[in-house]
Write a protein that binds this ligand. Structure first.
Ligand SMILES: [Zn+2]
Length: 99
């Protein structure tokens, strides 16, 4: 009885490990596809040139990976560092998927 239970436990573990791997692979492909779409769409978009905005305007910062808006801070933003990546690209970077 004990042996049987142990066997079942191992096969359950394998199943979950396999499912997790599959989900991750699919998730990565999906995320990278979304990134490619974002890059393509943002390449056509015009970016806001902070130097051309009137004094007192907020500053706009764009993602270094996909050119999406990453951060918007008040002009005196020295109080906090602007983000270099948008939230989506940051998530990809955290997972080690960002090329
Ligand atoms: Zn991005």
């Amino acid at each position: 009885m004990l042996l049987k239970r142990k066997k079942l436990h191992i096969s359950n573990l394998n199943f979950y490990a396999m499912r997790k791997k599959l989900a991750t692979t699919k998730g990565k492909a999906f995320a990278l596809e979304a990134l490619a779409k974002r890059r393509k769409a943002n390449a056509k978009k015009e970016k806001i040139d902070n130097s051309k905005l009137p004094a007192g305007s907020p500053m706009f910062f764009y993602c270094t990976s996909c050119d999406d808006l990453a951060d918007e801070l008040p002009e005196n933003y020295f109080i906090s560092k602007p983000k270099k990546l948008c939230d989506e690209c940051q998530a990809l970077k955290d997972l080690g998927w960002l090329e």
